[in-house]
Design a protein around this ligand. Structure first.
Ligand code: GRF
Length: 199
């Protein structure tokens, strides 16, 4: 494989629709990157099904498999290093990335959040709760954010954001669908920007 190809790991917990969007965009846009590993805290998930379909290695990693948290984070770090992973993309990963991994991959872990950070972020602000809070706050727009991951939930540097309107009569579910479609466009754009060395 050419030296300029960045080896990517995606971390997922669910359906993996962002993983799909990223995988597709990498091929369509001929980005200098390849997703070589899909990590999940769940042994069975849509993301793993997609990975298997595309020949991407899957790795189930959960704290429960280890005697201590330290062993878990060491195993995660070893797995990434052993595969020469250059960039980690969190795509619907519902766990906090261990601090040792965040430290080893400083500025090389990205996350997509389904709101316009810094609003509607932080611990406990995930999934449908985010959209419920946005509607309850009477916001006229929401959107998606791709940001770098640091030790605090949703606090790393923002790389890219894109807005969607909150429409009259929106339910958390209808807003979630609009935001998810936005994430699928935004995440590949942010990846492309990062790979091009843009800030
Ligand atoms: C997305 O809204 C993402 O922001 C969140 O999980 C949702 C779905 O993820 N954290 P996916 O369909 O598994 O990519």
């Amino acid at each position: 494989m050419a030296d300029n190809i960045t080896r990517l790991a995606v971390f997922c917990s669910g359906t993996g629709s962002n993983f799909r969007a990223l995988h597709e965009a990498i091929h369509e846009r001929e980005l200098p990157a390849e997703i070589v590993l899909c990590v999940s805290n769940r042994p069975q998930c849509g993301a793993f099904e997609f990975a298997e379909e595309k020949g991407v290695e899957t790795l189930h990693l959960s704290e429960r498999q280890f005697g201590s948290f330290e062993e878990f984070e060491e195993a995660m770090l070893r797995a990434l290093k052993a595969r020469g992973i250059g960039l980690v993309l969190l795509a619907g990963y519902m766990r906090k990335v261990p601090d040792a991994v965040v430290a080893a991959y400083a500025d090389r872990i990205l996350n997509v959040h389904p709101a316009l950070l810094p609003k509607f972020g932080g611990e406990g602000m995930y999934g449908i709760r985010v959209h419920t809070a946005v509607i309850a706050a009477g916001e006229s727009e929401s959107g998606a954010t791709v940001h770098l991951v640091n030790k605090e939930y949703d606090k790393g540097r923002i790389l890219l954001q894109r807005t969607v309107p909150v429409l009259p009569g929106d339910t958390p579910e209808s807003l979630a669908g609009r935001v998810l479609a936005c994430e699928h466009l935004l995440y590949p754009d942010a990846l492309e920007q990062l790979l091009a060395g843009e800030p």
